[in-house]
Design a binder for this molecule. Structure first.
Ligand code: HAM
Length: 421
């Protein structure tokens, strides 16, 4: 026998026993995004490698270690998208969507990062994200965060997450702070690990984000960017906090929140839970006012967020959220070719007249007994039986498969009104 082939490590199949939860979560996101006036945008899964290098930053985990990069047949370097903001900015720029306009966009789909797989961390994972362009804030910053809170509330997750916010200031204020941070870290250079030593020159802020427990104290005593914000960024940050408080959204200011991507300016935030172990960030985002210019476009203020769907769904399962049950299924059993012909016509009518009906028409023949077995094994609640008798008398038998109730004999109209109820 030939050897079987399995899925790539860290890339998951989503089976029917779970996909209905995904559909529910996606629906909640989509309807809320629509409520807030966001419109869907779709872009390719593969982009030029340069796009991610120039946006996410050369000295980040994603670009240094995690991208799925390959040469295509023309010898061009392409990359499976590790995140969507860079793609969205590229598409907005390419189609002039933000030219004298303020588009609010959302997108969903798979992303790829070659990380070490564990619970809540995969090499292919799904995000639902929103981005808003040409709005300098802080009004939109607050609205975007309120929207994310309302989505989490709708999913029943708000009690299990904390909103952390921080401000990274403007590039100018960050440059001044950076020299101070580098001076501090250089003074304590003997305490830095290998990764941090490498980042000291190129990306010292990322050292604050270290997961190394040995460096906790060093980081805790480091100068804080939030105490060195320029006037404009400080005002922006204060106003946003005021709006959030007015909207009743609770938050904590985390001065060490720096995010793993380099394009952020001013507002950054993360929704964090302690119910998922190490991978506790269910969603995150912030402002990236310099990104479009950095990619060769016009200076365009922008901001957004992305939620990781696997983590949202894990958290729903972990906290036992009530997930709407699947629509009850019907299974049509039919005895012989004549019965099948009628059953096909009947099922076509039922599907047309009852939108959302989940109906399986038995195909492949077989005895009534074996068809009943199949109906029983499926998750159907009712079986409809079209046998010789039924065909002759123009009636339909309806049998409850999960409860002991007498079988019903109905005509087509009666069946229709029964199912509509
Ligand atoms: P990010 O923090 O890299 O931000 O990812 C956002 C979310 O995606 C994370 O909070 C997490 O829930 C999920 N996620 C990330 N990596 C994985 C993984 N390996 N496995 C499972 N889930 C994962 C961004 O991607 C930015 N583009 C967000 C943004 C949009 N900022 C502004 N606009």
């Amino acid at each position: 026998m030939a050897e079987t082939i399995q899925a790539v490590r860290g890339m998951n199949d989503l089976l029917p026993s779970e996909t209905y939860i995904w559909q529910h979560v996606e629906k909640v996101f989509q309807s809320m995004l629509q409520n807030y006036g966001y419109q869907e945008i779709r872009f390719p899964i593969v982009e030029k490698t340069e796009l991610f290098k120039r946006s996410i930053g050369e000295v980040t985990d994603i670009v240094e270690k995690e991208m799925y990069t390959f040469l295509d047949r023309n010898g061009d370097s392409l990359t499976l998208r590790p995140e969507g903001t860079a793609c969205c900015v590229r598409a907005v720029m390419e189609h002039g969507l933000s030219h004298n306009q303020t588009p609010r966009l959302w997108y969903a789909g798979p992303y790829f990062r070659h990380e070490r797989p564990q619970k809540g961390r995969y090499r292919q994972f799904y995000q639902i994200a929103a981005e808003a362009f040409n709005l300098p804030g802080p009004d939109i910053d607050a609205e975007l965060i309120v929207m994310s809170a309302q989505i989490l509330e709708k999913l029943g997750l708000l009690p299990y997450v904390t909103l952390q916010i921080n401000s990274l200031g403007t590039p100018n204020s960050r440059a001044a702070y950076r020299s101070e941070l580098v001076a501090y870290l250089t003074k304590h250079q003997h305490l830095l690990d290998e990764d941090s030593l490498r980042r000291l020159d190129k990306n010292p802020l990322r050292i604050l984000d270290t997961k190394n427990p040995a460096m906790k104290e060093l980081v805790a005593n480091a100068p804080k960017l939030i105490e060195h914000l320029d006037e404009e960024s400080a005002q922006h940050f204060n106003k946003m906090q005021q709006y959030l408080t007015q909207a009743g959204v609770k938050f904590v200011v985390n001065p060490f929140l720096v995010r793993g991507l380099d394009y952020y300016t001013k507002t950054v935030f993360e929704w964090v839970t302690d119910h998922l172990g190490a991978q506790g960030t269910v969603g995150a985002g912030g402002r990236y006012d310099g990104l479009m210019e950095q990619l060769g476009g016009k200076p365009t203020p922008a901001l957004g967020f992305a939620f990781g769907l696997e983590r949202i769904i894990l958290l729903m399962q972990e906290t036992q959220q009530a997930i709407p049950v699947k629509t009850p299924r019907l299974y049509i059993i039919n005895d012989g070719q004549d019965a099948y012909g009628y059953a096909l016509a009947l099922s076509t009518r039922l599907r047309k007249e009852i939108p959302g009906l989940a109906l399986t028409l038995h195909c492949g023949g077989g005895s009534l007994k074996s068809q009943f077995k199949k109906a029983d094994k499926s998750d159907a609640r009712y079986a409809i039986i079209i046998g010789e008798e039924e065909l002759k008398n123009r009636v339909i038998s309806l049998k409850h498969l999960r409860e002991e109730v007498p079988q019903k004999m109905l005509n087509e109209e009666e069946l229709l009104s029964f199912l509509k109820e």
